[in-house]
Design a protein around this ligand. Sequence first.
Ligand code: F6R
Length: 614
Amino acid sequence: MCGIIAYVGDKPSAGKILFKGLHALEYRGYDSSGIALLNERNNIKVFKKKGIVKLAEKKFLKEKLNSNIGIGHTRWATHGEPNNKNSHPILSYSKNFAIVHNGIIENYSSLKQILLEKGYEFNTDTDTEVLINYIEEIYNKSGSNFENALSTALRQIRGAFAIAIINKKTPKYLYGARRGSPLVVGIAEKKFFLASDASPIIKYTNDVIYLKDNEIVKVSSENLKITNLKKEKINPEIKKIELKIEEIEKGGFDSFMLKEIMEQPKSIKRSMLGRINVNTKSLFINGINDYVNKLLNARRIIIVGCGTSWHAGLVAEYFFEKYTRIPVEVEYASEFRYRNPILNSNDVVFFISQSGETADTLESVKITKKKGATALGIVNSVGSSIARATDEGCYLHAGPEIGVASTKAFTSQLIILFMIGVRLARRLDKIKEKKYVEMIYQLDNIPKLVKEILKKKNIIKNIAKIIYKKKSCLYMARGTNYPVGLEGALKLKEISYIHAEGYPAAELKHGPIALLEKGTPVIVICTRSDEYEKTIANIEEVKARKAMVIAILDSKNKHVSKMVDHSIVIPQIKNDFSPILNIIPLQLLAYYVTKYKGLDVDKPRNLAKSVTVE
Ligand code: F6R
């Protein structure tokens, strides 16, 4: 949510570097974008525009200003509608300071009142302008030391922020700070970068510092200094990032979403690497080894996440309860954090997050730890805030996910959760060695089965062509695949804007069946399970209302295809693991429907990757 990039260095190519960075960060928000540079006459020049990065870049290219220092931003609007005026960077009242900001300043209206009384005028509707003017006010009052003014101001701020600032008073220096929202410092030869994540800086360096909450960084092309809000000096830890440039490029695909869907045989395999070994018939949950005993003795397991990650948690609830018999609860992070959850040291809480930066999930980790429960992460982004805040965790190793709709992260979350469930069940002796080994073989075979499903993409494309003009779709499934129905509906609605809802199949007649008309698409997951005959009965109920039934079937129940309008037959797998296969056709369906509608699959309206505000 909002992408920040800032640069200071010995080469006067700040503008170019910043726009390159903004293209890499665009997936975090694309309502507007812009950069601010200090020119030779020590004036701040801003190039910004509503809409995608290319539009602001066009403005910059007309002038091609050379500069050694600058800040850039791609926005997902919170305060103030997405227009030219509210785009970042934002200048202070005196025009001496320019800021880019990711996050929300909660006490902005009281600060604005103070500033209005002092005669400040405001040109935007943003909380960010209040913040930079407040910093300026303290700077003017406190004897012109920018570092001191920044820490004094930030101590008085409530809310979340990652910021980067340039100013005319100390023109060699770039300043950054964070609380809640992420900020990474990239260190290269006579160059420093500040960025929301590593993607815009890996071209230049692998050495980074993950800034911690309430830290301020001050960099010139020669020096770096980090302090906390008490003005104490911090000795930072420099980490190596292992991201490869190919991982953040489309690699010949028309979109990141398609690339990430097609990549799943590999990404799932990577998630299993070093954890499953069919030769030695072993399964290790590297990452949470120190907490296995805690898990085995847990009074209950709670799983917390948002959106797709929450859906993965729901699948795990079915799996964990069935095989470990430990009670499981799954919670939306946004609810969990505000309802004073009853937790103690006998509880283990898993936090699932692709980005590792989701504000509600991160706050839930802090609450969990405060209450003495164990917090374990299942996170994709290495070094992210949730990964660092949890007691221990398993990385997904799915590689960067850039398409706004989560795809490969979901299947990697599932494989990790299945592995944890199988290992715990064996340790608790709830499954015997023979079954355990069988399960290891089945998990290991999943990438191959996913590959087979991906080969059916043309069948799915043809179905997409039939439904892309529809206004509404329902998804229904039972048991462990019910969350997959929810996830399938989420994929469709978020990128194609077709209204879509997922329901447990039997729930349809408790209300939603009223929505069915002749031809309404109802997507049914009906792969072989103990309840699949009951799902067939639900299909009959839907057909009786003349809806159009599209069924996901497996090779063992192909015969159901005669009863439905369209079917997608996928390979057979044990029902417990079927969610990881059943979601693949639903991802492809959402993708092709969106392509037929002529929409941008990677940049759905109103959305952004990485929700760093609550
Ligand atoms: C849906 C989607 C979102 C995220 C949610 C949580 O396709 O991407 O629903 O799953 O915002 O994000 P993470 O997993 O980064 O915490």
